[in-house]
Design a protein around this ligand. Structure first.
Ligand SMILES: Nc1nc2c(c(=O)[nH]1)N[C@H]1C(S)=C(S)[C@@H](COP(=O)(O)O)O[C@H]1N2
Ligand SMILES: [Mo]
Length: 347
């Protein structure tokens, strides 16, 4: 049975995936989290009239039809998409924004063309150092600010896909039909949906969604002085048992996922004695770049009572998930071990 999405706001639609649906390697399109700054188009765009514009610091501006994109070499890659603010509501000190718990994340296989191949067609001038993406969604509110984000040319050329398929289906309307950017391993904000305009720039794009949000800054600081959110932080989550669940003593299957953005997860450990001892979990399923790993641990517990289950991921470079998240005003990148602990009752 499908557990309903946890809707945080209806307009724009912001909804998180219930924990139960984070237990499989692929997150089904129907339960993939929704994060929107503007209005989701009310009907799919007519592909006959649709064009992708590539302009700015390019040698030859392009207007590509959807057929031309379909005619280019196709690749299929997995990528775990996470909203920068995922985990925000679990921070000890409040941060403003949508109250995500752990469900602002999902993993999908995406079909599309490499941005590099598109930029090879247009050519890029030496001055073209940043790639701005513009979505077709209607801004909400009077400000009329469009969702435009830029990424550095290095990321654009090395590992950014323009996706038109999600888990084997045409990109669903709410996830960006017909085309979205996917800066692999980077937070959702860099993955512009309903993409129709690509502009090569000398400097990062300046605007609300670049300078006022998706920046990591402290109270009293100018948002623009903070760093732009890019790669996902190393993180692990528990998907079973669920918080406050009562489970009979004995053998308990603990399930979870772990991800590292552009990095790779080496192992995940579980603790139930307040980090005094750690126990290695085992992985289940595919091990693909940019994708999370599902893991399991069989916990044998006899003594009844309340326990705090914690998990800690280590990446292949030996870096460990921090015990506490680094707080910032907008609550981005919460990957704290403590913040993601799950309390269970053993009965
Ligand atoms: N055009 C457009 N693209 C967008 C957004 C948006 O509001 N408009 N939101 C971004 C953010 S913040 C996230 S986390 C992801 C969410 O993608 P999803 O709704 O497919 O899960 O889309 C990104 N791309
Ligand atoms: Mo996001």
């Amino acid at each position: 049975m499908e557990k309903p999405m946890r809707i945080m706001t209806e307009k724009p639609l912001n909804a998180e995936t219930p924990r139960e649906h984070l237990r499989s390697w692929i997150t089904a399109n129907a339960v993939f989290f929704d994060r929107n700054q503007g209005e989701i188009p009310d009907k799919p765009i007519d592909l006959n009239g649709w064009r992708l514009s590539v302009a700015g610091e390019v040698k030859k501006p392009l207007l590509l039809g959807f057929d031309q994109i379909l005619g280019m070499p196709k690749d299929i890659v997995s990528n775990t998409l996470e909203c920068s603010g995922n985990g925000r509501s679990l921070l000890k000190e409040k941060a403003s924004g949508n109250p995500w718990t752990i469900g602002g994340v999902g993993n999908a296989v995406w079909g599309g063309v490499w941005l590099k191949d598109v930029l090879n067609l247009s050519g890029v001038k030496k001055r073209g150092r940043h790639v701005a993406f513009e979505g077709m969604d209607k801004p909400l509110g009077s400000s009329g600010i469009k969702f435009i984000r830029s990424i550095p040319i290095e990321k654009a050329l090395s590992s950014t896909l323009l996706g038109y398929e999600m888990n084997g289906e045409p990109l669903p309307l709410k996830h960006g039909y017909p085309l979205r950017a996917l800066a692999l391993g980077w937070t959702g904000a860099n993955c512009v949906k309903w993409l129709h305009r690509i502009t090569l720039l000398e400097k990062p794009f300046e605007g609300f969604f670049m300078d006022k949000v998706y920046r990591v800054f402290q109270k009293g600081e100018d948002p623009k002085s903070g760093s732009v959110v890019t790669g996902l932080h190393l993180k692990s989550i528990i998907t079973q048992p669920v918080p406050k669940e009562t489970v009979p003593a004995g053998q308990i299957t603990v399930l979870g996922a772990a991800y590292a953005g552009e990095g790779r997860v080496r192992h995940v450990e579980v603790s139930w004695d307040d980090a005094k001892s750690w126990h290695r979990a085992s992985f289940i399923g595919p091990d693909e770049p940019y994708a999370w790993r599902q893991w399991q641990y069989t916990w044998k517990v006899k003594k009844k009572g309340a326990y705090r289950l914690m998990t800690r991921a280590t990446d292949r470079r030996g870096r460990r998930q921090p015990m506490h998240a680094a707080w910032n005003v907008l609550g981005y990148g919460n990957n704290g071990v403590q913040e993601h602990a799950v309390t269970v009752n053993i009965a």
